[in-house]
Design a protein around this ligand. Structure first.
Ligand code: ADP
Length: 266
């Protein structure tokens, strides 16, 4: 008995298949989210990887920005709920979740029992998101996956003071033009993102354990800068980008078990 969770984000599509013991059977990530061929491609990849097909999937839940347009799902659930559930499954003692995706940032406070007690979200401005880091990595002529390593070579942190992504880009260009080392500029970019995200986290209250999720959690420069802004240990799972999809698969399994129980008692 398998269920599938799909998280269709703004930047990427993520999918997880679990079995009835809630163990991950397979997962896949494809760069391309809502409005792209990402969902179709990520599903082709997971079915190839797992040797499973739609006929093996008993229930599907979709989450993320593009969930409403995904008609193969039996249910659509908000990404706040799915992220919280996915992270709580991996780290039962999590109390604070920060998810940095392609175009938004969420801070979620979880009770000891694993219930969402508060959340705040920035989806109005690119600053502090993965998109901001992608734009900056282009200016620095590096791939976004290399940006953290570049910042790691810094011997000083250049202050990036603009709070708007567009102005920050101009500020970065002028810093580079004035001869400042790209590594030092990269460190400043990471600090600027970490500062904004820390501001959001403080609004929900920062209680350990703090877990960082989303594609941006793969950037060790952000993890380090965020830890030093919050003066707090930050935990990152190797599955950081798929926690929303995992939460969706877990909800699908719970719904399936409830449906089967209802059928059995009818
Ligand atoms: P969404 O759910 O909104 O589609 P994701 O959680 O998939 O977004 O995060 C996408 C962001 O993750 C990208 O904008 C990029 O900044 C970052 N990212 C993705 N892969 C990597 C990587 N290997 N290293 C560093 N950052 C990454």
């Amino acid at each position: 008995m398998y269920t599938l969770g799909i998280d269709i984000g703004s930047a990427s599509s993520k999918v997880v298949i679990i079995d009835s013991t809630k163990t991950i059977v397979a997962d896949a990530v494809f760069p391309g989210g809502a409005g792209t061929s990402g969902p179709v491609k990520v599903l082709a990849e997971i079915f190839l990887k797992s040797g499973l097909g739609w006929e093996d999937i008993a229930r599907t839940v979709a989450t993320g920005y593009g969930r409403i347009g995904f008609h193969q799902a039996n249910n659509q659930i908000s990404e706040i709920t799915c992220h919280a559930l996915g992270v709580h499954h991996l780290f039962p003692s999590v109390r604070t979740i920060i998810d940095i995706g392609g175009q938004d940032v969420k801070a979620i406070a979880i009770s000891k029992e694993g219930m969402i007690s508060k959340f705040v979200m920035n989806d109005k401005c690119a600053a502090g998101t993965g998109r901001f880091l992608e734009v900056m990595s282009r200016v620095l002529e590096t791939d976004v996956s290399e940006l953290g390593a570049l910042a790691g070579q810094a011997d000083a942190i250049v202050d990036i003071s603009s709070t708007c992504a567009v102005f920050a880009e101009s500020e970065v260009i002028s810093r580079l033009a004035s001869g400042i080392k790209p590594a030092n500029v990269a460190a400043g970019i990471h600090q600027s993102v970490a500062r904004r995200v820390a501001g959001l986290a403080i609004r929900v209250g920062v209680t350990p354990m703090v877990v960082l999720t989303g594609g941006v959690a793969k950037n060790e420069g952000i993890v380090n800068a965020f830890a030093s802004e919050l003066r707090q240990e930050i935990v990152v799972s190797p599955s950081c980008q798929i926690t929303g999809a995992l939460g969706a698969a877990l909800i699908a399994m719970k719904e399936l078990i409830n449906l089967r129980a209802q059928e059995a008692s009818a």
